[in-house]
Design a protein around this ligand. Structure first.
Ligand code: HEM
Length: 572
């Protein structure tokens, strides 16, 4: 009891750190030793001559002692194997393949060093350069620089093999059944996002098929007016701020976050978007709590402890699910009453699901209500975080490289003139396309992709043991001199003037949206939304970096500006 109490106190204070793990381990050992002592002393009481004349001891008591000792030793062996012998065996296995990497450190692997380097990097802003990998991924960057492009590090007891060669990346992303999403380590992530992002095998095929229609270009066209309304609201706010003077400093980051969440509320839930906004606020808080949990070792089962964080995460999860369920139920009632279906993501998803069930005449072919809820949660998370990031980095870079800002504005004025930006025009914005490609290369919102293998598996010329995590460090890959040339850290949208594959010569080296069959389903949605926003902003404002802007890209699950995005806005 005391041990559990200490554990809860520790978790409440600073999340489940290694100290808590030590408490649990000590508890296991203490319990084992206590049990043996209890049984031995019980024997001793029954036979005072126990140590002198063992043959006098009753046979059953001997078995009892031996049984308890065996269970204790077995568990001790299992724990030691898990925490030491197995990782050491895997380390040897990887070294025998010719891979170099960090030596395994008991229980934590590289977590402590990673956390230390991360907090040091985050403690101050960096110079205004685009060489951001050493600040954003300090530990992985250092490991790859020290041990080579293919190397290994440790997250707890699991090795991570870093793969940065295009041919291996292609193989990894193409074989989605062999190389599955890394899951199971921390259930906090599962509470935050599940759905398509997390599904595997047949379940993934089924879900992707049902969700795909919601992201077809034909359907997305109907969402463009919603993009316009949300962006107009944001711009009106900026205009009010700037109105009093001809220019004004604005931290655009919170506005862009609010914009992208507003877009997803409108496009996912149409008329119920006010309710959707509430969901988004809760998910933002949950995302912060999850990030906190991810910086420490997860102790199996600790999610069930009544800590403050755990209670809040579960409460948020319940509220989010209830709100989404409420919206879905209203829709289902309307569908049954024969009302026309909606053009929003939820409406298209429910229609597609209904068709799938009807086609096979069996409800187990479609998604359950629970699965639909998880997909809606995922739209929120995936749709809001990433697109907001892409826009904020675009504004920061165009605030720094104002020549490109002028080029982009000229294009917008040429395509739309005085008219509102419209969907056909958006597909003609070539300069803006190049700018987005370059922003996503230098500041990709998702900085790495991770997979897990469940059995010994071959990848390129490597054989990897079961339980290995495999990581593609997209951000580091996008800043690789060998791939992109000496000007890798310069903002040069012109490198994409003939498209991405022309520049990369067809190699898999550019992965802002992932790749292979599991490539981002929402990429057209995101690009269309971002084009609309940038076109509208460029028509109404010019902007430059403020002297109070501190350059500090960091990850909070996705890549964000740590101290905001302070720009001087000028009304046009
Ligand atoms: C700039 C914006 C975006 C970026 C950079 C981005 C990036 C990514 C990446 C890298 C993946 C692959 C993850 C992996 O392979 O492990 C992914 C998957 C996914 N994204 Fe996006 N995303 C963006 C916008 C969106 C939007 C707007 C939505 C939906 C509204 C969305 C929904 C998804 C889903 C559902 C998946 C999982 C696909 C699958 O596994 O089949 N994303 N995204």
């Amino acid at each position: 009891m005391v041990v559990v109490w200490v554990l809860i106190r520790k978790l409440n204070r600073g999340g489940g750190d290694g100290g808590a793990v030590v408490v649990v381990l000590s508890a296991t050992v203490c319990c084992g030793v206590t049990m043996v002592v209890v049984v031995v002393s019980a024997c001793f009481k029954r036979s005072k001559t126990f140590f002198l004349v063992p043959e006098a001891m009753e046979i059953t008591t001997v078995f009892c002692v031996l049984g308890v000792a065996a269970i204790f030793l077995f568990n001790l062996w299992r724990i030691s194997n898990r925490l030491w012998f197995k990782p050491k065996k895997m380390e040897k296995f990887l070294k025998d393949q010719g891979l170099k990497g960090t030596p395994y450190r008991f229980m934590y692997g590289d977590l402590k060093e990673m956390t230390r380097m991360m907090s040091e990097a985050k403690s101050k802003p960096m110079n205004l350069t685009h060489d951001i990998a050493p600040r954003v991924l300090p530990f992985y960057h250092k490991s790859i620089t020290t041990f080579g492009k293919n190397c290994f590090t440790w997250i707890g007891t699991n090795p991570i093999v870093h793969v940065n060669e295009p041919s291996m990346i292609r193989e990894l992303l193409a074989n989605y059944n062999k190389f599955q999403k890394a899951r199971g380590v921390n259930p906090f992530v599962k509470l935050l996002v599940k759905g398509l992002l997390d599904a595997e095998g047949d379940q993934w095929v089924k879900q992707r098929k049902i969700i795909n229609p919601a992201f077809h270009m034909e359907k997305l066209k109907h969402m463009v007016p919603a993009f316009y309304v949300s962006c107009n609201e944001m711009i009106e706010k900026w205009e009010k701020v700037v109105n009093t003077e001809s220019s004004c400093e604005v931290d655009v980051w919170p506005y862009l976050q609010a914009f992208s969440s507003d877009v997803i509320s409108r496009t996912a839930f149409g008329s119920s978007y006010e309710e959707g906004r509430k969901i988004f606020e809760l998910q933002r808080e949950q995302s912060e709590l999850t990030q906190k949990a991810l910086t420490s070792i997860y102790i199996p089962g600790s999610i069930f402890l009544p800590t403050k964080n755990n209670k809040r995460v579960k409460d948020i999860n319940r509220q989010v699910r209830d709100s989404i369920k409420n919206i879905i139920n209203k829709r289902l009632v309307a569908m049954k009453a024969g009302e026309a279906s909606h053009d929003d993501l939820l409406g298209i998803l429910l229609d597609s699901n209904y068709n799938e069930i009807k086609q096979h005449e069996a409800s187990n072919f479609g998604l359950s209500i629970n699965e639909v809820i998880e997909e809606c949660k995922l739209f929120y998370f995936a749709g809001q975080e990433t697109t907001g990031n892409m826009l904020v980095w675009t504004m920061i870079l165009l605030g720094q490289h104002t020549d490109w800002q002028i080029c982009a504005r000229d294009e917008v004025l040429h395509v739309f003139g005085d008219k509102k930006p419209h969907v056909d025009g958006l597909s003609h914005l070539k300069v803006i396309n190049m700018i987005f490609n370059e922003v996503l290369r230098l500041y990709s919102p998702i900085v790495f992709l991770r997979r897990l293998i469940h059995e010994e598996t071959k990848l390129g010329n490597l054989t990897l043991p079961a339980g290995t995590l495999i990581q593609i460090n997209s951000l580091i890959l996008h800043h690789d001199k060998d791939m992109w040339g000496d000007d890798v850290n310069e903002f040069k949208p012109e490198r994409f003037s003939e498209g991405v594959s022309k520049f990369t010569k067809g190699q898999v080296a550019y992965l802002p949206f992932g790749g292979g069959p599991r490539i981002c389903i929402g990429q057209n949605f995101a690009i269309l939304e971002a084009k609309m926003a940038l076109a509208m902003i460029l028509k109404r404002f010019s902007f430059e970096l403020s002297s109070s802007y501190s350059h500090a890209p960091h990850t909070m699950l996705t890549l964000q500006p740590q101290f905001g995005a302070h720009l001087i806005l000028y009304k046009i």
